[in-house]
Design a binder for this molecule. Structure first.
Ligand code: NAI
Ligand code: MG
Length: 360
């Protein structure tokens, strides 16, 4: 089969990690007889430099007309990049938000899995990790505070900034359904995370999630406040199977969960709508501090490509092969700097991509 993939390298380490994921996909193509055809488009800071906006209509259309999108990351140094002090709609991140919104990608799946080989890279004590860590964060991606109205103005001589957090019941229902569906394929436990003691949007969240739960009697539903969840993740990570949560809470909790897997460089993600189309990207950002140095861990992006094979192309065997190849590379003792431990061989971004591709 021929698959059309929009490749968006983006900024910082983006081009390096997307190159390695493509290398692995191409090897999958050779071994299993598929061909992946890539159309490369700009998004983020690089698009601002070339076109004056973080995402052009043409780039969005290219993505829309393809079978799936493979993305690196966008953005510069927070606080001191040339793209920072500009209007919100002209920042690199606005390109990504517009892409997610424009393609209706409301469901963000972030699996957090600790490979046994990386146990020593996990900062938690062995007795806390216990039998391992294997969970999924189902994060709502096109609503909430990241998409609410916002403004900054002076009130009585004092600067004031406002961000509005809104959810409607339909937005909550469709992500809740996705959360329960994925739980049905796993250990059938949903922990819905909110701040219902304070926020109205969280109260509605809780009510709608309860309603959806009635259609999934086999799934055990628990509610947890987000601050408690942040604590529980490092105190008793084994209790989590599926975390179902809104946009900003999911953003923050998934970075926390990523460290339990050893490094943010290990955490893949898929952003889906109701169709087979999806956008696949690592959960981390553009890491400007290590860009261009062959230091970035490409595994999160490679595992995101595996999710593309599984969710958008129904190529389960091929996705398994990629995940197995990653596992084998770790078994064979190769590590990028972020997951390095004693007795292992340190490799760069390019070599890590080669090692995974060789094992397909
Ligand atoms: P970041 O995730 O880019 O980096 C955080 C830390 O993790 C840095 O020390 C970085 O070197 C390290 N790191 C990240 N990915 C790594 C990898 N694959 N291998 C090894 N180390 C890795 O987050 P930060 O620094 O807060 O943001 C940098 C830029 O990225 C900002 O402009 C931010 O807005 C943007 N960003 C973009 C995202 C996206 O495109 N989806 C998501 C998150 C942030
Ligand atoms: Mg984030």
């Amino acid at each position: 089969m021929n698959y059309n993939v929009t490749a968006i390298p983006g900024d910082g380490i983006g081009p390096e990690i997307v190159r390695e994921a493509r290398k692995v996909l191409d090897q999958v193509g050779r071994v299993y007889g598929h061909s992946f055809h890539y159309t490369e488009v700009l998004m983020g800071g690089c698009s601002i430099d070339a076109h004056g906006v973080p995402l052009t209509d043409e780039a969005l259309e290219t993505a829309r007309n393809s079978d799936a999108v493979l993305l690196g990351a966008v953005g510069g140094n927070v606080g001191n990049s040339k793209w920072y002090d500009v209007a919100p709609n002209l920042r690199p991140e606005a390109g990504l938000l517009a892409m997610r919104k424009g393609l209706g990608l409301f469901a963000n799946i972030r699996p957090a899995y600790l490979y046994a080989e990386l146990a020593s890279a996990c900062p938690l004590k062995d007795e806390i990790i216990g039998d391992g860590f294997d969970m999924v964060i189902m994060r709502e991606l096109t609503g909430g505070i990241y998409f609410g109205d916002r403004w900054t103005k002076e009130v009585d001589g004092v600067m004031q900034a406002t961000d509005i957090l809104t959810y409607n019941e339909n937005e909550i229902r469709r992500i809740a359904i996705k959360g329960f569906e994925i739980a049905m394929k796993r250990r059938k436990k949903v922990i819905s995370v909110d701040k219902a003691n304070v926020l109205d949007s969280s109260r509605l969240w809780r009510k709608v999630v309860e309603e959806v739960a009635k259609d999934y009697p086999e799934v055990e539903l628990t509610h947890m406040l987000v601050d408690n969840c942040a604590m529980q993740l490092v105190m008793n990570p084994g209790q989590f199977d599926v975390i179902l949560t809104e946009n900003m809470f999911g953003d923050i909790l998934s970075d926390e969960a990523s460290m339990i897997t050893g490094s943010i460089g290990m955490l893949s993600s898929a952003s889906l709508n109701e169709s087979k189309f999806g956008l696949y990207e690592p959960s981390h950002g553009s890491a400007p501090d290590i860009a261009g140095l062959d230091l970035a861990n490409p595994i999160a992006t490679i595992l995101s490509a595996a999710m593309m094979l599984r969710y958008s192309f129904d190529l389960d065997k091929e996705a398994d092969a990629v995940e197995q190849a990653v596992r084998q590379v770790l078994k064979d003792g190769y590590r990028t700097g972020d997951i390095m431990s004693d007795g292992c061989e340190k490799v760069g971004t390019t070599r890590m991509g080669d090692l995974v591709a060789e094992r397909i």
